[in-house]
Structures are given as C-alpha cells and as structure tokens.
Design a binder for this molecule. Sequence first.
Ligand code: AR6
Length: 231
Amino acid sequence: LKGTGSLSENAGMELKEGEEPVVGSAGGDVSLKDAPTLAFPSISTADFQFDLEKASDIIVEKVAKFVNKLGNARLVLVDLSHKSKILSLVRTKASEKNIDSNKFFTFVGDITRLHSEGGLHCNVIANAANWRLKPGGGGVNAAIFSAGGQALEVATKEQAKSLLPGNAVVVPLPSTSPLFCREGVTHVIHVVGPNMNPQRPNCLNNDYIKGCKVLQEAYTSLFEGFSSIVR
Ligand code: AR6
C-alpha cells in the first residue's frame, strides 16, 4: 500500500514539511521500540458520527491523564489516511499540552497490519466495537475480526457476550490467531463508544452532554484495560 505505514516508525509520525525527525525518538531507541504499545482507533468518530472537535479534546485529555502512569508503555492513535482530520486535530492539541511524543504519537496505517506493513510493533490493539461484539459491520471492527480469525471470535465470546457504550473488555489472543503470529498482537481490547448515528442502536440524538461523558468513560476503560495488561 503506497503512502500508508512505512518501515520506519518516524514516517508514521507525520512530520510536517520542513520538520526534521527528532534524533533518538521512538524509531531509534531500542528500549522504547520494545516498550508495550497500545494502538487505538478514534472511537465513535466514523460510523458512529461523533463530533471530531469534541472527540479530539477527549482523546488528548485522557491520554494526558494516563500516559505518565503507564511506565515505559506507549499509546498510538491510528487512522487509515494521511488526510485524517482526527489525527491532525489530536496532534495539534497534544503538542499544545506538551505530551511526550515518545510516549504518544499518531500513525497512519491499517491497525491490523501495523507490524507487517508499517514496521510498528504494537502488542495490544483496540477495536471500536458494537454492543453485541459481533464481527463485520464495516469500519475497524470488520477489519479486526477478519484479521483475528475464528480464534478472536471464540476468545471474545469467552470474555463477554455484549458490552454497553462506555465500556471495554480485554481479550487475550490465542497464538493461533493471524494477528498474533503475523503482527505480534497478544491482546485485543474491544471498546464501545457513544453512537450519534440514527441508523445504529442506542443513538444519543445529538445529546453531547451524555455523549462526551460516555466517550470519556470509553477511553478511561480502554486505558485502564491496557494498564492491567502492562502491569
Ligand atoms: N485501521 C485503522 N483505522 C481504521 C481502520 C483500520 N483498518 N478502519 C477504520 N478505521 P469506525 P465507530 C478508523 O467507523 O465510529 C462498526 O460497524 C476510522 O477512520 O470503525 O466507533 C462497529 O461494528 C475512524 O477514525 O468506528 C460499530 O457498529 C475509526 O477507525 C460501529 O462501526 C473508527 O471508525 C462503530 O463506529
């Protein structure tokens, strides 16, 4: 895939024109490169139609709260395109808050192919799931269940039958899953975010008071779930 991911992690950090990669940053430092890493998509902002400005505020607020509690572990926000609006909003707001760019950065690529196509090793990936924890349905959920294979479906059912918006469930991945063998992913964390799409279940009808609260809870559950694996 031209233009997505790349062999060097720095390339995924999307340096602006004229910017130089920071020497000794994530790509070059062995201890950081082997650090436990959670790759996560922007929950609720595509199929679930959540406002991007509000979502980016919440992502940066929650990353700022958790990133220094995770030891040497890293958090990586992933999206498919270099033109991703949510990635650029989050990058801007994260740098305004002086969040350590070795511990939190953005990356362009398919979350199911970060190692094989992007050269970025993430031992944990998050999924923007539906409340039934069912495969398919499009977006990142369809991609992760398809890449994870039957092993992921079975392992998911062992952990939970369904999930309410704002919650996350950690699923240890059997070594038979292609995501484990090919990408080195040991856990998938399913997260259900707030839904603003009238065509989907539990639509909040533009109630952003409730919606923001649920999205905050979703990221808290996700980062606490990751922290329980890292510990
Ligand atoms: N790799 C990385 N990021 C991706 C990928 C991928 N393969 N695919 C999509 N994204 P969405 P939601 C980004 O719609 O809004 C599903 O049908 C995408 O660009 O997947 O929470 C579920 O079953 C966006 O930034 O999740 C639910 O019913 C982000 O992932 C519903 O959609 C989330 O987009 C959840 O909707």
